[in-house]
Design a protein around this ligand. Structure first.
Ligand code: PBG
Length: 337
């Protein structure tokens, strides 16, 4: 048969299976929808800056601000009112040195923010990111050894001290993001020994050495002053290793594991969620936010629909919890809908 003959109009073949049947109306589509985004499973990251540090908007993250300790409680209250149940705190201290001395300061910016948040907005779950990179003058996530590489075991001690200071300040959840080996077990032991057995550890178990953190490092002034983070954060091509990292942290007692970044690592959200016995979070990071904002500001994409699709995609991939700079705007839009 010639191609022309083949393409001649003819009666449609009988079809038993017509997936379009279930797409015919909004009601039908709503009935068979497999996944949704719950505002209660979103986490809003918040930057808290010490007295002498710049506050206000961050150029590469339109809509995101650095708050003072006083102002952060107002923002948390506004978030709570639109249904956001959890915030993730990042501190920008006044003082940096080689050994991150300002990180475990009981009067440090994060410790004070935790205190006032738990006093003024007690229903808001306060998660504190635990890392040294915002507190070291060299910008690396731990103490350096003689070769200039991060000393794993010396860094653990530092993390332990800071975790205790967060616990004493009243934090709800601690989220170590440094990627040192063994930190979850170390922190669990340290917290338990100090009477903080009830504080969950939400571990950045799978965190890649990624260019997607660019805008964050501007916001938190935490870019490494030399080299990069490839000796501690994961190598982007590795998927099997991501599962290993997640299982190790779960084994050490992690209560929640995070995959980060999210958008370019959806396969690993899926892989980890399939083997994890604890809830899985993904962190849609600053670069993901900045890309969407930049394209939307140019009128190139429909921002609200793009955000819906991204968040849904994370849920479909297997994320129970989504950490995203879009949390506030998504919750506000959900209220309007
Ligand atoms: C701290 C930390 C980083 C991010 C979260 N915690 C920066 C980094 O590892 O360089 C990135 C968050 C984002 O890009 O939104 N170590």
């Amino acid at each position: 048969m010639s191609v022309t003959e083949l393409l001649r109009p003819r009666p449609a073949r009988r079809l038993d299976k017509r997936p379009r049947r279930l797409r015919a109306s909004a009601a039908l589509r709503g009935l068979v929808r497999e996944h949704d985004v719950r505002v209660a499973s979103l986490v809003q990251p918040l930057f808290v800056a010490a007295e002498g540090q710049p506050k206000g908007p961050i150029a590469s993250m339109p809509g995101i601000e650095r708050y003072s300790v006083q102002a952060v409680t107002g923002e948390a209250r506004a978030l709570r009112e639109i249904g956001i149940g959890a915030v993730l705190l990042f501190g920008i201290p006044d003082f940096k040195d080689a050994v991150a001395s300002s990180n475990d300061d009981p009067h440090g910016v994060v410790q004070r923010a935790i205190g006032s948040l738990k006093r003024d907005v007690p229903e808001m779950l306060v998660i504190a990111d635990l890392c040294n990179c915002e507190y070291t003058d060299h910008g690396h996530c731990g103490i350096l050894d003689a070769q200039g590489d991060v000393d794993n075991d010396a860094t653990l001690e530092l993390l332990g001290r800071t975790a205790l200071s967060y616990a004493e300040a009243g934090v709800d959840v601690i989220a170590p993001s440094d990627m040192m080996d063994g930190r979850v077990g170390y922190l669990r032991e340290t917290l338990d020994a100090a009477g903080h057995a009830a504080i969950p550890i939400m571990s950045y178990a799978v965190k890649f050495a990624s260019a997607f953190y660019g805008p964050f490092r501007d916001a938190a002034d935490s870019a490494p002053q030399f080299g990069d983070r490839r000796t501690y954060q994961m190598d982007p091509p590795n998927g099997r290793e991501a599962v290993r990292e997640a299982l190790l942290d779960i084994d050490e007692g992690a209560d929640i594991v995070i995959v980060k970044p999210a958008l370019a690592y959806m396969d690993l959200i899926r892989a980890v969620s399939e083997v994890s016995e604890v809830p899985v979070a993904c962190y849609s990071v600053s670069g993901e936010y900045a890309m969407v904002k930049a394209a939307a500001q140019n009128g190139w994409i429909d921002e609200e629909r793009i955000v819906d699709e991204m968040l849904l995609g994370f849920r479909r991939a297997g994320a129970d919890i989504v950490i995203t700079y879009f949390a506030k705007q998504y919750a506000a839009a959900a209220l309007r809908a």
